[in-house]
Ligand binder design. Structure first.
Ligand SMILES: C[S@@+](CC[C@H](N)C(=O)[O-])C[C@H]1O[C@@H](n2cnc3c(N)ncnc32)[C@H](O)[C@@H]1O
Length: 373
């Protein structure tokens, strides 16, 4: 059985968190972009068969359900699903046949369809989902010509499964071929291949130099990948998906890029929800006394401290900008409405200064940190 066929035998718990984030995000995202009155295109480049052998829906079915519901409210939509494996493609074709939304289901390498997607992207609001099964399946620049449409004012967003741990394991496994006397051979063809996957050379130092724990190296790899994505997307956030809370290594980092701060706040909400669901399942549901780690306790005072800290580095800024920046600096931790409450309280207590009273949310109010004595 191939890796891909095996993968769809049953949905693994960590895949539920990944799908949960996708599903949770799509509902408010679609409601919002439907207002633009442009066709909405969702592309799933690594679609799989649409349904797992245990009956659980895969990403194309999750996407189609959300597209159908916004289509019923009058939006023009298109689902574009690509699967390379011929057996899985047949199943995908069957599983999507009666879904009653406009869609294109294609067999082959997603790179074959980039021109077709790019043409469609001219007139559409586009969401791209990239969920490879191994890190080498996706080169960093594969979708470049679609992301570049951002320069022409198009709305393009991408949710990418960056297989950080898989990346790290794979390149560590090459050490005896790419390191000579402990020196990395920068021009070695294998090194060049992994540069193309990572979108740069930052991984070389992260993996092979310095004194650092392996989990820190993996976190730094994910950070490097996110930073590279910022050449196209103004805002990028990521969420480490784990199997068990105490696992040293995440399965991967789900990484999202958008030009719109509203989209980042929606995705943050989806990631906060996934994190809290995970923590509930590990430490709260079925326990007489909740026993989650201190950093998982939702603490309104900590949210206040976070917005004050952000304000100190940001200086005078609009309410909304402060909230978005606090989100980027504390991703997957508090929702936008929790940050709003924190800002209100901080203004009322004098920990932040504003031209608003802080009694109600005013996204256009100016906020700044008090002068230090
Ligand atoms: C991790 S699975 C996707 C799971 C799917 N997103 C879901 O949640 O149901 C990756 C899939 O991508 C397919 N695949 C791998 N390389 C591909 C490529 N270059 N183009 C299209 N599909 C590819 C694999 O056969 C596999 O079915």
């Amino acid at each position: 059985m191939t890796d891909a066929l095996e993968f769809f035998h049953e949905k693994k718990p960590w895949s539920r968190y990944k799908d949960g984030i996708l599903d949770y995000y799509l509902e408010p995202y679609l409601a919002k972009v439907a207002k633009l009155r442009r066709p909405i295109l969702i592309v799933d480049c690594f679609a799989g068969p649409g349904q797992f052998d245990d009956g659980e829906p895969g990403s194309p079915l999750i996407i189609s359900k959300r597209l159908r519901s916004v289509q019923e409210r009058g939006a023009q939509v298109l689902g574009f699903y690509i699967e390379k494996d011929p057996v899985l493609y047949e199943r995908l074709d069957q599983n999507t046949r009666d879904l009653n939304i406009p869609m294109r289901v294609r067999q082959g390498d997603f790179r074959q369809y980039i021109n077709e997607i790019s043409e469609l992207a001219h007139d559409c609001t586009v969401f791209i989902y990239l969920d490879p099964i191994k890190p080498s399946d996706l080169l960093f620049a594969d979708m470049e010509c679609i992301y570049c449409q951002l320069d022409r004012g198009r709305s393009v967003e991408a949710l990418i499964n960056f297989m950080s741990t898989g990346f790290w394991r794979a390149v560590c496994g090459l050490a005896d071929r790419i390191l000579v006397d402990n020196t990395l051979q920068h021009k070695h063809p294998l090194v060049c291949d992994w540069d193309a996957i990572a979108g740069g050379t930052y991984w070389q130092e992260t993996v092979f130099s310095g004194q650092m724990s392996d989990p820190d190296r993996i976190e730094l790899l994910a950070q490097g990948y996110a930073e590279r994505l910022r050449q196209w997307f103004k805002w990028v956030i990521r969420y480490p998906v784990r199997d068990n809370y105490d696992d040293k290594f995440p399965k991967y980092h789900l990484t999202f890029g958008s030009r719109h701060s509203d989209a980042i706040e929606l995705m943050n909400r989806a990631m906060v929800n996934a994190r809290r669901t995970f923590v509930r399942a590990c430490f709260i549901d079925g326990f007489l006394f909740p026993n989650q780690p201190a950093k998982e306790i939702i603490d309104p005072h900590e949210a206040e401290r976070a917005v004050v800290r952000t304000s100190q580095t940001l200086g005078k800024a609009k309410w909304k900008d402060l909230r978005v920046r606090a989100t980027i600096e504390n991703p997957c931790t508090y929702t936008d409405s929790e940050f709003n409450s924190a800002i209100k309280r901080a203004i009322q207590k004098g920990d932040l200064v504003s031209d608003s009273s802080g009694r109600r949310i005013d996204e256009n109010a100016w906020i700044w940190p008090p002068k230090r004595e």
